[in-house]
Ligand binder design. Structure first.
Ligand SMILES: N[C@@H](CCC[C@H](N)C(=O)O)C(=O)O
Length: 294
């Protein structure tokens, strides 16, 4: 039998970004990409991201978190999922453990911290944005990632062009548009996600700066497709807008699923994301899920 069978999970969401939280602390288990795909394919445990909590392996951390997209690929960052993990580690009767007021979580993007901002809301310190072309990464050495050369559509009337590029530990391209709803992101998203300019693929955002303190955003997520919200994309969009002098360092980012408050703090260059979480149900992973996992 698959070693993940019968393990309990939480089905949560962060602004409609569908998240499954699995706690593997106290075991040596790790999730394989095919297992992540099998969990995502089941209606009850459907997810955009699977957040797996492991025992901390570095001093000072409460846990290590591994992140998988619905297609089984790994991501180093997931803002909405990190808030869900923070809720689970502080409120779920089986997952909560005693710890300080601030949770310390190690991810492949580095050390993050999360603190309660209400019973069902958390602020996550998402760390520093990475802005150099080879950190994002891009396939070409752009000196200025505030606007990179990329366009789709006819040369003289492109549908989208000149995105900003930012990494929040994961790669983001942000296209500036008048109306994010006017563009067929479901059709264009997969083409851009897999564009040769992004050697590790990219999360693709359409952003409109409605006011210096409000950005409207839609996101096609790498490895998950159209989602109702993406926390790291909201952080990346605010950083990109500030770099272009379009927004203030603190703004509300409105996604189809709702609002996130984002601040790019001047004092330490860190990006803070505050938003809600919701618990939908808990369940156990049925052994049948993994029968054909390939
Ligand atoms: N939903 C997430 C981002 C998840 C990872 C992304 N799809 C990637 O592969 O980089 C968020 O809230 O940040």
């Amino acid at each position: 039998m698959n070693s993940l069978a019968h393990r309990r999970y939480l089905k949560m969401n962060g602004l409609g970004n569908e998240i499954v939280v699995l706690d593997l602390r106290g075991t040596q288990l790790a999730v394989q990409p095919r297992e992540a795909r099998a969990i995502a394919a089941a209606a009850r445990s459907r997810f955009d991201q699977l957040m797996v909590i492991h025992d901390a392996d570095r001093p000072g951390a409460d846990a290590r978190v591994a992140i998988y997209n619905a297609d089984g690929s790994a991501s180093a960052a997931c803002g909405n999922g990190t808030r869900c993990v923070a809720w689970a580690m502080t409120h779920d009767p089986a997952m909560a453990r005693p710890h300080g007021e601030t949770l310390v979580l190690d991810t492949d993007a580095g050390r993050l911290t999360a603190a309660a901002a209400g019973e069902f809301a958390f602020t996550v310190d998402m760390g520093e944005p990475r802005l150099r072309w080879d950190e994002i990464p891009l396939a070409e050495p752009f000196q200025d990632t505030r606007r990179i050369e990329l366009q789709i559509g006819p040369i003289d009337a492109p549908i989208l062009h000149s995105p900003s590029a930012v990494s929040m530990g994961n790669p983001h391209a942000i296209f500036w548009v008048d109306d994010p709803d006017a563009i067929d992101l479901g059709r264009i998203g997969p083409l851009l996600e897999n564009h040769p300019l992004f050697p590790e693929r990219a999360n693709i955002s359409l952003a409109h700066v409605a006011a210096p303190d409000r950005i409207v955003l839609r996101v096609w997520e790498r490895g998950a497709g159209l989602t109702r919200a993406c926390g790291s994309a909201a952080c990346a969009a605010l950083v990109a807008a500030v770099r272009l002098r379009l927004a203030l360092r603190r703004a509300v980012v409105t996604l189809p699923g709702g609002d996130l408050e984002i601040e790019w703090r001047e004092s330490d260059n860190h990006v803070l994301m505050t938003g809600p979480v919701e618990l939908e149900h808990d369940g156990v992973l049925a052994p049948e899920l993994f029968a054909g996992a390939a």
